[in-house]
Design a protein around this ligand. Structure first.
Ligand code: SF4
Length: 487
């Protein structure tokens, strides 16, 4: 952590990416439903939130701002966003820095910047050919107001000459390379489409006789919608007054669903590919106990909340008792007031407070779901020792993270990853743990009931499933290579 890094802003796990939602429902309060759906998806992005809404045939009204869903929208905002259809977005920046201009939904007005039609768009993922597409469009005279790859998709669709938005999307989808779970609205339809490998999740739901889409099914639960199925890789779903129309636009060479969604990103009450994640994470913990027992240990604790489900699974399979070794303060936010020098030395205690009465004198198995840089884990090990733990055995319910993600997750660079270029024993020594073990990839796939051939696990294996994945397409690609253009 450098002097400029905000305290407690160095979360050790990968950053969640984005969450999207869309609904067509003239008899519903669509902006309020979008608000609560985004509230359920808040874990997927805490930097900005936005909703776009329209009455059928009217103008699209968009409100977006930096902050949490509950900070961005007040009652009067939702009233101003009333309409028949709406889309929404929560964001953690993956391409483009954390600026208001890069918050979503992106809104393109008809006639401005070369646009043929008005639309709003929300995107989760990362285009690996964004720089080429951006340059090509600027050559055509298309103007941009942001540096996010989402605006590139919006501009491609808004400027497309096809008579219908569906035809425009069908023509544009094959030109987009990378990960994209995208929701678009015009003044009378909501459309959702997913990249041909299906890297990021996108689910289709029903509310009454209307339809909605969301990154995760937990958004449906909160608004009383039913999960029908997932939007298929390469599929375009179009919902409007006439119900639902779907088209299989692109057939990918292979599916590559992000295996980290099961391990870490998605909410435990979401269902993905038929699995509720709380149960899958519990099975990861069981497999971890079988693969990496800790002989002589006498208590299992979780790093809350990320390790909770896997710790329960580990305790179940090992027969060891489980308890809460930490109390977590759930209200530590990224906007947290800087604690100053006097409090800084207490480190993570602002977030995790160990319980000496529980961990003192114990040989602990400490379960978490992932380690990226190791800063937090190192402090956790030290806190437990300070609280009197006799031994600290770290058990991680995922393999070591050694490679960056190019499909929408911010995981630091290779050099910052503690497991990159180090053996497991060397990582254990770096962390100050008595032992360290990770779950194997086979153990992960067994727990989720899926096959490796249909998933992406590149951050663990280094095998990138999509052709054309290039190191050069880093997070700040546009800031580095192209000027920010104001429309
Ligand atoms: S590299 Fe990792 S985080 Fe990124 S899509 Fe693949 S499995 Fe998910």
């Amino acid at each position: 952590m450098t002097a400029d890094t905000p305290f407690l802003d160095h979360r050790d796990g990968p950053r969640d990416e984005c969450g999207v939602f869309g609904i067509y429902g003239p008899e519903h309060d669509v902006s309020r439903l979008a608000y609560f759906a985004l509230f359920a998806l808040q874990h997927r992005g805490q930097e900005s939130a936005g909703i776009a809404a329209a009455e059928t045939g009217g103008y699209i009204i968009t409100q977006r701002a930096l902050g949490l869903v509950s900070q961005v929208f007040k009652e009067h905002d939702l009233r101003a966003l009333s309409g028949d259809l709406a889309i929404g977005h929560v964001r953690y920046s993956t391409t483009g820095s954390n600026e208001w201009e890069n918050s979503q939904p992106v809104h393109r007005s008809a006639g401005a910047g070369g646009n043929q039609r008005e639309l709003a768009l929300a995107h989760n993922g990362n285009l690996i050919n964004a720089v080429e597409l951006h340059a090509e469009m600027r050559e055509r005279g298309v103007t941009f107001t942001s540096t996010s790859d989402s605006e590139i998709i919006a501009a491609l669709l808004a400027t497309h000459p096809a008579a219908s938005i569906e035809d425009a999307i069908a023509d544009v989808m094959p030109r987009l390379h990378g990960a994209f779970s995208t929701v678009v609205m015009t003044k009378d339809r909501v459309l959702a489409f997913r990249d041909p490998a299906g890297v990021r999740p996108l689910a289709l739901g029903q509310i009454g006789d209307r339809y909605c889409v969301a990154s995760e099914t937990c958004a449906f639960d909160i608004i009383g919608a039913t999960h029908l199925r997932d939007v298929q890789p390469g599929e375009l779903v179009s919902i409007g007054a006439d119900g639902i129309r779907t088209r299989q636009v692109v057939k990918g060479e292979r599916d590559a669903f992000c295996v980290f969604e099961y391990i870490y990103f998605a909410r435990p009450d979401s269902r993905m590919n038929g699995t509720v994640l709380q149960a899958a994470r519990g099975r990861m913990g069981e497999n971890l106990a079988r693969e990496a027992p800790a002989p002589g240990a006498d208590l299992v604790i979780a790093v809350p909340d990320s390790g909770n489900a896997a710790a329960r699974g580990y305790a179940r399979a090992s027969g060891l008792p489980q308890d809460d070794g930490f109390v977590k303060n759930r209200y530590v936010a990224r906007t947290f007031i800087q604690p100053g020098q006097e409090l800084r030395k207490h480190g993570l205690r602002l977030k995790f407070n160990p319980l000496p009465e529980i961990v003192g004198g114990k040989k602990l198995v400490v379960v978490d779901d992932s380690i990226v840089r190791g800063n937090t884990t190192r402090q956790i090990v030290q806190m437990l020792r300070d609280a009197g733990a006799a031994e600290v055995h770290m058990r991680i319910s995922a393999p070591p993270i050694k490679h960056p993600c190019h499909y929408g997750i911010d995981m630091s660079t290779r050099d910052e990853m503690i497991a990159h270029g180090r053996s497991v024993d060397e990582v254990a020594a770096e962390l100050g743990a008595d032992s360290l073990a990770y779950l194997s990839l086979a153990g992960v796939y067994d727990a989720v009931g899926g096959e490796r051939a249909h998933h992406c696990d590149a951050c663990f294996s280094g095998e990138y499933p999509l052709a054309g994945t290039a190191e050069a397409n880093g997070k700040f690609a546009f800031e580095n290579t192209l000027p920010l253009v104001q429309a």
